[in-house]
Design a protein around this ligand. Sequence first.
Ligand SMILES: NC(=O)c1ccc[n+]([C@@H]2O[C@H](COP(=O)([O-])OP(=O)(O)OC[C@H]3O[C@@H](n4cnc5c(N)ncnc54)[C@H](OP(=O)(O)O)[C@@H]3O)[C@@H](O)[C@H]2O)c1
Length: 316
Amino acid sequence: MHNDPWYILGAGSIGCLWAASLCHKGESPRLILRESSYQQFDQKRIPLKLLTPEQTSRFAVDIVSPETIHSPINRLIVCTKAQDSLSALNSVKPHLADNCQILLLQNGMGSQQAIRDALPTQAIWAGSSTDGAYLSAPFEVRQAGQGQTWIGPLSSHQQSEQGFYDLCNNFRLKVSQCDPIEQKLWEKLAINSCINGLTALFDCRNGELLDNGEKQVWLDQLITETSEVLAALGMPANALKESVYGVCQITASNLSSTCQDARKGRATELSFINGFLIQQANSLGVTVNSHHQLMDQLNATGVKTGQPATASSLCI
Ligand SMILES: NC(=O)c1ccc[n+]([C@@H]2O[C@H](COP(=O)([O-])OP(=O)(O)OC[C@H]3O[C@@H](n4cnc5c(N)ncnc54)[C@H](OP(=O)(O)O)[C@@H]3O)[C@@H](O)[C@H]2O)c1
């Protein structure tokens, strides 16, 4: 059993959700903030609130910054957005123990692979989650309902007795192992690549994509092309339309995270979703014109789609 403290990089919705859930398990996680954010707090032990439909729980958590970490990090969970994970990890790189276990919880793909390639001696894990959480105030996280998180190793040399298997037991979040994890990442990416960018383009809720009109025509084209990419990768592709329509129906009144980011003028994670899919399609020789068109139109309307990550951009 590990006694090393958990470090959580990024104190946003998912970072606070995981920190509170680890506290609930009896652990004492440390939240790593940006240096500038950290300096704003006089108290370095802060109250953390977790609100679920059933109850409110309160915990106390230590906050640290890259400059105030004084012991090697052996277990790290990266909870930034995909486009920030490279630079965030770079900021704590001097503190990573040689065999540090790193769990990446970013949506999409590309950032995880870039980190794995840049840190070949570390044990890199990736997660794919259907949890839904948002911050109603700093360090006050609301969890919408119980989702499912799949975690699995991205590095081939990892030993089974190490890592994050202890998160699968006595943990308030539903976490299961999955090896290889790539298929789970692809399953989520495939659905997100059809829904998220389109909701940002039309500035609409998920359910409004099923309009029997222009939006649904777009949606169907994206589903067809995405299915072709999945098939070329040797992954199950036949059920994608059912899955995408199902998500649009079940989350009909939701605004996707991409639509919310676009409304606020924030960077989206689309280069790690549609951008990654387009990259893969190019190397597989699959034509994805609708995905190209979607990204072009989003860029033309000022939505920040970003650049895909590469290991060389990590500067580690
Ligand atoms: N929220 C959900 O329900 C949900 C569900 C499934 C998956 N996810 C995925 O989980 C990931 C995190 O999402 P989120 O909703 O938690 O995002 P978020 O609320 O925006 O939180 C990200 C946090 O990372 C911090 N950060 C960025 N760069 C940093 C750095 N260099 N050092 C320290 N902290 C840094 C940000 O701080 P600043 O504000 O200062 O930039 C922010 O507090 C995303 O990939 C998302 O797609 C989210």
